[in-house]
Ligand binder design. Structure first.
Ligand code: ZN
Length: 286
């Protein structure tokens, strides 16, 4: 799933490529992808794109006061074409969920792999009409997001930091991958309770959050959409690297698996060398 750095790179990429262009067509390959019905997709036809911005992991394309907003979810992606095919996309079995045609013949497709369709698009007059945007917590990359703000958010939260970092209502833009990376950089256990962190640990977590995301934004910046997934994977130190060596201490990267996700961490760097209990592992050992 693309997270803040990749979404930011997509936003920058789209902002540059769509500058001065007019939307000439919105085609739906899946009816269910569009979560709104008024204004209809045709209301965007003929409108010039004024800006492309990010809200958490949402991309917001604004054209004359109308906003086409989308969230790529777990298996969704954006595929840009300088010359988009002539075939009109129609609802059916196409892997293309939505196609947007622009006035110079270019455009993009939103695609989604797999059978669980989560990709969501909205056409609204105000981005705050999108429920997922209305409930977003602060953006960790915004200039006014200080360590004091962060400490206030964490205070009294008897919740594991891993879950909290991924919660879009708590913080906008971080998902499963970067929360693993941030916790590794902060040398904190994913299961540590937010309310139990001391001042120094909060500072460390804040710095790790900002530095990890800033580094990833820099690495992703300027890359075309099709290269972003590989760039993201290449930048990971523990996430998705179970069994490989921790690049900091050389210990093996371990995993804790849940019903529909998993997390990776380094025991030496993050949990004083003690492996965390893994539900699946302990079930196998019974
Ligand atoms: Zn390590």
């Amino acid at each position: 799933m693309p997270e803040l750095p990749e979404v930011q790179a997509l936003v920058d990429f789209l902002g540059e490529r769509t500058n001065g262009l007019v939307i000439v067509g919105i085609e739906l390959g899946s009816i269910s992808v569009l979560k709104t019905y008024d204004p209809p997709p045709t209301s965007l036809h003929g409108l010039p794109i004024n800006s492309v911005v990010r809200h958490g992991k949402f991309i917001d394309i604004e054209a004359e006061g109308l906003h086409m907003v989308f969230h790529l979810a777990r298996a969704g992606w954006l595929r840009w074409s300088d010359t988009l095919g002539a075939t009109t996309i129609r609802p059916g079995k196409s892997p293309i969920a939505l196609r947007c045609r622009l006035s110079d013949g270019s455009g993009f497709d939103l695609t989604e792999a797999g059978t669980r369709k989560r990709l969501a698009a909205y056409i609204v007059r105000d981005p705050a009409q999108v429920p997922g945007i209305a409930r977003l917590g602060p953006d960790p990359m915004s200039q006014d997001f200080t360590v004091a703000n962060f400490a206030a958010l964490l205070e009294g939260r008897r919740t594991q930091v891993k879950g909290l970092l991924k919660d879009q209502g708590f913080l906008a833009g971080v998902g499963n991958a970067y929360s693993d990376e941030v916790l590794h950089a902060a040398r904190l256990s994913p299961f540590a309770l937010a309310s139990g962190l001391d001042e120094e640990q909060v500072q460390r977590l804040y710095s790790a959050l900002r530095d990890t995301l800033a580094g990833a934004v820099m690495a992703a910046s300027g890359k075309p959409a099709k290269e972003l997934k590989d760039a993201k994977r290449a930048g990971m130190r523990v996430h998705g690297r179970t069994g490989q060596a921790c690049p900091v201490c050389g210990d093996v990267v371990r995993e804790v698996s849940f019903a529909d996700s998993s997390l990776q961490y380094c025991a030496t760097c993050q949990t004083s060398g003690k492996p965390l209990a893994d539900r699946r592992m302990s079930r196998l050992l019974k």
